[in-house]
Design a protein around this ligand. Sequence first.
Ligand code: TXA
Ligand code: MG
Length: 326
Amino acid sequence: MNCGPEEIAEAVRRLRGGGLVAFPTETVYGLGALALDASAVARVFEAKGRPNTNPLIVHVSSIAMAKRLTTNWTSHANTLAEQLWPGPLSLVLAKTTNIPDIVTAGGPTVAIRMPAHPVTLALIEALDEPLVGPSANISGSISPTSAEHVRSSFDDALVYVLDGGPCQRGIESTVVDVSGTQPRVLRPGLITDLDIASILGVSVSADSESDSIARSPGLSQIHYAPQARTMLVDTADLNASIADGGARVVAITHSGIVPPFKAFSLGNDPDRYAAQLYATLRDADALKPDLIAIESLPTGKTTREQALWRAISDRVSRASADRGKQ
Ligand code: TXA
Ligand code: MG
């Protein structure tokens, strides 16, 4: 971590001037701009090359700030925020009219979250204003989990980076719609549908994929994608044959298998695996292999592990989606 009051003050100055600041969170780095300033938000879309049909998450430093962004702070929202914020959970609620349309892609709802990182909470508190924060990567590529990852995608002059160290959790927040009576998970994450159901004491729906693409437009099929061809490979097939013909293969494994080529072993603890996944995909890609072979994920022993592996599987299957089909 390389960031104190001076860096935060500089970030505040840049943001108030309509500029862009990348901020650390427990999940991934966000590309920040003042959420209530439509032209600053437009710069975020432009810098990322993000389609304007994909809405942004608005980051707050308190529940009071969140309440000012919605016309209906539901009791589900309140219970989840009190128990899980700051944390990797975004709440979708009816938006107020002062939120520019560009933030919500013209839609009637806004996703709100309080990230668990002291630097970013201090930044938002100092601003006393919420920040939009999509992952700080070029649209469609791998999300950044370090300041260095952000710097590799954006020019210093365009994006000021607050270095809060490596992200501890590693995959993006769970997005849950709590605007109605039944909560719906729109994007799975490390806070699982089971966690939400047990806190609220109601059943939670997890959208079918086609449904969730319409409801959470960021869930397009290809996302988080390395440059190199990327494939899920069964443990039994992780042997010399996929390197036949001299193809240069790099594997990402969890089972302890040692393939006959370069491999990154992430182990079989889903929390650890998630925390390392994006940095490892970047490291694998930097070797410019012909193929990144991701060992098919375990299903997990406990129901909690199973839910975590499902969230990781969501990211891994997008990283390895067949571009020919897109
Ligand atoms: O962990 C995170 O959520 C990170 C950090 C930086 O906070 N941010 C992040 O933002 O992942 P982004 O833009 O990469 O992903 C936002 C997701 C997209 O899938 C988007 O479609 C969905 O949230 N989303 C945003 N607003 C929404 C809304 N009003 N309704 C439904 N989905 C929404
Ligand atoms: Mg993203």
